[in-house]
Design a protein around this ligand. Sequence first.
Ligand code: NIG
Ligand code: FE
Length: 436
Amino acid sequence: MIWDRLLRNLHLVTLAEPGGGWGMVRDAAIAIRDGQIAWLGPAAELPHQNARHTTDLQEAWVTPGLIDCHTHLIFAGSRVEEFERRLEGVSYAEIAARGGGIMATVRATRDASLETLVETGRERLRNLMREGVTTVEIKSGYGLETATELRMLRAARELGRELPVSVITTFLALHALPPEFADDRRAYVELVAGEMLERALAEGLVDMVDAFLEGIAFTAEEVGRLFRAARGQGLPLRLHADQLEDGDGAALAASFGALSADHLEYTSEAGVRAMAEAGTVAVLLPGAFYTLRETRRPPVDCFRRLGVPMAVATDANPGSSPLLSPLTALNMACILFGLRPVEAVRGMTVNAARALGLASDRGSLETGKRADLAVWRIAHPAELCCWLGADPLELLFIEGEPVVPPARRLVPSRPAPLRPSLRPASRAARRPPRGR
Ligand code: NIG
Ligand code: FE
């Protein structure tokens, strides 16, 4: 049998060990057929070398492509003013109560065209790919009205078509209460759980459903209304839970059999126990913890003790986690939350795949799984967590096809051209003006 592609002269980090290790194999090879891993192991055991293409990876380390399982990558506008307010001591919750925070992004996103959302989202997603991401989840939640929620989800789908990366879409219309429903929360929840979800589903825009359960957002009863509707449609569930206070969010997520509960800084042991029993993944978001200068850490020891798998994601968003660097999220998971490097990397591969319900086809390197690979110029896989700003990615393979990591862009908050006045003047512009 001829392979489509043979990768040789590499070291493997399979993350396929049930015990939770790296699964390192030095001096290894990978054979790819039909976009999947057809064979992998020590080069000395390679059954044959018949392949259409052979690539010498020059002793690079190969991990599964990274999976960023929680992002709010599609939005418009900027929240730098809020960043400054928070540094002056105003809290995230106070800013939200004054109509800023998520609502500031909602106003800008409602005004943005599909093209703008796609264009700015594309730049952000290219930054994630630059650091190894081959699968990304993108949430709605900055529309809070049918037209804009659908437009956000269409933009996410468009990115999945344009770029080789897999995009998973999440319907998060229960993210904040829009001011037009300030006097009738119930009507908003009914709209979301009814017409809005139905229309998004009818257009094929929804892979999963999420909600923000928090004192500043929605109650357990309101989330339950949406979750029942979503479950009735067979949709997988996620939940933003216990970020700013213990709202029994982890237990609620578990009671609905949610794939994941996310944030979890204030989750109690009872909540962790419920997650363990339901098989709900804990998605840790150290970027939001860092940006909001939180002090209460998620109960990592308890997750370990009770066997709750931990995932790590960027939570990329314009307010609480302006972070487009998955490797920085790994570093923060180690430094701020005390994860071991192997736990952090598993958190952005094998456990992130579980949080998205995709563990059967990606997240670890095993025969039969997708050949989504990140090729790193490092001396040991723990270096992915240890360095900041090292730019170690050499190459990606997505479904077995090589993808050159895109160049980094510095200001991914607005569509290109970024700052026309700073661009070198074009020939035409430099030509002296003709006499009148
Ligand atoms: O995951 N917690 C709610 N949602 C986002 C914040 C979004 C925002 O501030 O715009 C989060 O942190
Ligand atoms: Fe979030």
